[in-house]
Design a protein around this ligand. Sequence first.
Ligand code: TRP
Length: 327
Amino acid sequence: MTQRQRILTGDTPTGRLHLGHLVGSLENRVRLQAIHECYFLIANIHAFTTRADQPATIRRDTFEIIRDYLAVGIDPAQATFVVQSEIPAIAELTVLLAMLLPYQRVMRNPTLNHELETKGLAEHYSFGFPLYAVGQCADILAFRGQLVPVGEDQLAHIEMCREVARRFNQTYQREVFPIPEPLVGRVPRLVGTDGKHKMSKSLDNAIFLSDDTATIKAKVGKLYTGRQSIDEPGDPDNALFQYVRTFLPEDAPELAARYARGGIGDGAIKQQVAAAVDRLLAPIRERRRASPDEARLVELLREHTRRANAVADVTLREAKAAMCLGL
Ligand code: TRP
């Protein structure tokens, strides 16, 4: 039998979760929650890095994500939800870890730089923006996460977390932190409906877990392939076919062969893809509709916050002791 491991991963509340989250990470979480000790974190402080002026929206999106978690089948009796702002040990650990990470190293983090580019943050970003990457190390290490289920875009953060964990253990001569391993889902990077970029809420190319049948159809229908006519041989490696392989895995080989020969239209394939996505999302949508009201969710989160703080406080105490801090 495998040993029960600590799992930590999370999402920034900047909107609802989408298909990319489902196949990149959520499926893994649902599978692992029965086997391992799981912590699923809502990074609401990270949301302030770019939206400090929108506190009410961040709060609303925090609840939206909890509803998505419950809808995909995360069981609050098995896993613990962590609301980042309610865990003081994370903030304190962020400051301590920041001393062990060279400034230039943080600023070279490719995920940070990619975000600076794609989100058009240019020279205007807050001091807190690059700090969030250090904060993400603290999220993982506060819970002594060993396995971190994430999409491919997060690997640079996990690598930085591994570095800082090693440096801490070495510098203070104590094995306070395990070195976490990333776990990428069955589709590391699902392309968005623009046919080009990673599916992302901020790029307006996402199919949300809560989208209804008509919306799914319309969004899949718009998926850009660049193909001109039905007679033109299709490229079975294009964006549409990533959807075929992801959502119609059994039909994919035959459809790909026909597509490459020409004679089958994008429209016919899109219809099948939309129907498959709809079948996948229908039960999630149903469960989401039946999710508890906000007062009940607050109650649940308070209970989980107590559980989470009990764990993170122990880590912080050991980290500070290793650093000769505390009286
Ligand atoms: N940065 C992640 C995202 O936007 C969210 C996140 C915050 C996270 N803390 C984490 C993911 C810790 C994994 C582990 O998707």
